[in-house]
Design a protein around this ligand. Structure first.
Ligand SMILES: NC(=O)c1ccc[n+]([C@@H]2O[C@H](COP(=O)([O-])OP(=O)(O)OC[C@H]3O[C@@H](n4cnc5c(N)ncnc54)[C@H](O)[C@@H]3O)[C@@H](O)[C@H]2O)c1
Ligand SMILES: [Zn+2]
Length: 387
């Protein structure tokens, strides 16, 4: 019997698009795009000012050579602070001034900030425009460019305003790393390490062995392709069955439960990769205290975080304040419980939903204590040792 007050709309989830992993794709963007996009569709390229200064001329030239003669360009100041309501407004105003219409395609050419912000603009402006991600940081290549999670920050919470809105395509070109500063390589490696820890011992062992080369601009060229390919493959495999993240306790959130509160507490001045590294270190400590993971494996995880030049704690932050003031968003998303992804061995994790404040505080303070000992006795080891 049909209910008179209800008309059901049912649509099969049909999402399909390529994540193209191809060296040279940015330099030859026009010929690569031609595979899916007709030159009849107008394009608007969105970049932060740093990326624009390096890549805009060559990208616009390649587009022009392939038939896109009227491509618009919109720029915003580089940095996480642009991933905000003000940053969003700035771009919307530019779009209106430049007469961007519904049939334009947005090309997000930049790091994770550009992909998240441009993706959210794509989801909202005129009720939705098509977009293509062209990540230019390691963070973007291995993670942020992939998966259709788009968002901006609010001062009370990281990624508080956002959507799940998938792109037409993602172009993943490791050639962009040639211009990327070392600090950004470290940041990106935090996310690659994350995916290895949730599902691939092989990838973890590769990162462990090659850690120094993977954060060295002079050596990364020969070593990074495997990391990018495996990270994207693993992420896509998680997303295919759950493209709108209905399963809210996804393993991909490993390290992020406290990364986001830490970033919020730092006024978005803490690089996302550093926050994720600290988040993974806290999770590893909690897992060890609960005897989910052996001390040896926990030590290996914490050592690789340090070998990648990433932090495991922030000396100036008060963990009690983090828990009391900045877990609002993660609680709201998860129905007041904090779901927490813990490693059980390298390459596998389990999820708990009963994390206690004192467990968090103990994990945070234990890491701080260990780091202090190592700082006082740097000759013992430059890496972490478990106390
Ligand atoms: N949506 C997702 O699934 C997802 C996943 C991971 C991270 N993120 C988000 O990504 C953001 C962080 O991304 P990010 O670390 O790429 O930051 P970012 O986009 O700010 O880039 C970092 C810096 O590198 C510069 N830069 C970018 N490409 C360059 C290049 N090729 N050469 C020289 N300089 C270059 C930028 O101008 C910027 O100053 C965070 O907001 C995080 O929340 C989203
Ligand atoms: Zn992340």
């Amino acid at each position: 019997m049909e209910n008179k007050n209800e008309i059901m709309f049912r649509s099969k989830v049909f999402i399909e698009y390529p994540n193209v992993i191809k060296r040279g794709a940015v330099k030859n963007i026009g010929s690569v795009l031609k595979r899916w996009v007709s030159p009849q569709r107008n394009l608007v390229v969105l970049s932060d000012n740093k990326v624009a200064s390096i890549y805009s001329a060559s990208v616009l030239k390649s587009l022009e050579q392939n038939g896109w003669n009227d491509t618009k360009f919109v720029e915003f100041p580089s940095g996480e602070l642009s991933k905000s309501v003000d940053g969003f407004n700035h771009i919307i105003n530019e779009f209106i001034t430049k007469k961007i219409h519904r049939h334009c395609i947005i090309i997000n050419l930049g790091g994770g900030v550009t992909c998240d912000l441009g993706g959210y603009v794509a989801a909202s402006y005129m009720r939705g425009l098509d977009y293509i991600n062209v990540p230019t940081t390691l963070m973007g290549l291995v993670d942020a460019g992939v998966g259709g999670k788009v968002a901006i920050n609010h001062h009370v919470g990281k990624n508080l305003i956002g959507s799940f809105y998938h792109p037409l395509a993602v172009l993943i070109d490791a050639d962009v790393l040639a211009t990327l500063p070392e600090v950004q390589l470290r940041n990106g490696m935090a996310e690659a390490l994350k995916v290895s820890l949730i599902s691939s011992l092989e990838l973890f062992e590769y990162i462990e062995k090659e850690a120094l080369g993977l954060i060295d601009p002079a050596k990364i060229e020969d070593k990074i392709d495997r990391v990018i390919f495996d990270s994207v493959r693993i992420k896509v495999n998680y997303l295919i069955p759950d493209p709108y993240e209905k399963n809210l306790v996804r393993k991909l959130n490993f390290g992020h439960t406290f990364a986001h509160p830490l970033e919020t507490a730092c006024g978005f001045n803490l690089p996302h990769g550093s926050a994720v590294a600290i988040g993974m270190a806290i999770a590893t400590r909690v897992a060890m205290a609960r005897e989910f993971i052996s001390g040896t494996e926990a030590l290996r995880i914490l050592n690789v975080i340090s070998s990648l030049g990433l932090p495991t704690e922030l000396p100036h932050l008060n963990p009690e304040e983090i828990w009391d003031k900045h877990t609002y968003v993660i609680r709201s998303v998860r129905g007041n419980n904090i779901h927490f992804v813990l490693p059980t061995s390298i390459g596998s994790v389990r999820i708990i939903n009963d994390l206690k404040k004192n467990e968090f505080l103990k994990a945070y303070l234990d890491i701080k204590y260990t780091n202090t000992i190592n700082h006082k006795h740097p000759s013992v080891s430059s890496n972490l040792q478990l106390g």
